[in-house]
Design a binder for this molecule. Sequence first.
Ligand code: TRP
Length: 342
Amino acid sequence: MENNTTVAEKTAPERKKRIFSAIQPSGQMTLGNYLGAIRNWVTLQDEFDCIYATANLHAITVRQDPKKLKENTTNLFALLIAAGVDPEKCIFFHQSQVSAHAELSWVLSTYTQFGELSRMTQFKDKSAKHADNINAGLFTYPALMAADILLYQADMVPVGADQKQHLELTRNVAERFNGIYGNTFVVPEPYITKTAARVMSLLDPSKKMSKSDPNTKSFILMVDEPATIMKKFRSAVTDSEASVRYAEGKDGINNLMEIYAACTGKTFEQIEDEFRGKGYGDFKTAVGEAVVAQLEPIQIRYKELIKDRKYLDELSRKGAENAARIAKRTIDKVYKKVGLVR
Ligand code: TRP
């Protein structure tokens, strides 16, 4: 008894909060993905116990070319490592490498109601976009996401606005399960970062930057050549006022200021001072250069890393082994509670 207390007292304050997050390998990452999410992953791994995955099981809810999916998955893994995700500091793997994700997803889907899933705005959007393939997996997508998070007993999940509803559902499912079977899952909190930038389209700054925009000038890819990046910023939409200041009705300039601030750490005030009396041309050049300064070192490391796919596979396998060990504790507990023969 005395011994137990000592152990508890020693370990409790030392235990870092656990974070889980995943990104779908659905092609190229944009500057928006980088400044909004990826860079955040890198920061979080110093402070928290982070578990990260590529969400390749989620990716197949829309039709994929098998070869491309595999390639995209490994490329994303490499890109994230190039961006600073460090397999020495966090657990990083592919969702498909740990079968407990699929197992728990099935169980949780029986504790998730048709009505709840029907209310998911992402499901409504995606079924409108892929009207010829509204499959069951697209519908139960949030149960798999809940499994990702709950398997690792994550305390927090960094989420953007588009995934908030899924996290809310995860919390409801966890609470429901805990209510029936007693404490089984940690109920995860959203982790909101102040530093994550919301990057808008360079051509229509009322819309989020998206790689599925038919006009490639509207987005910056993380792997875009420096010259391409400069060119895209030069053609970014601004306004006719010719004054670099953050204000309502200046969506284009506001977006460029947001990007510049995110890349340089400068405040809007400092940026306004820096470009007082200068034209938009100078400003756009500075923004382009700041973005290139962020992305170019990542691109160099990325090109190096993707040469060695065996090494990348090894890294992900090691991550998956560590993930599976943690996941097993949860899935064993869940199967036992539900009454499933092991
Ligand atoms: N659905 C998320 C997206 O498309 C990716 C994802 C899968 C995820 N599992 C997750 C995000 C668990 C956070 C936690 O962006």
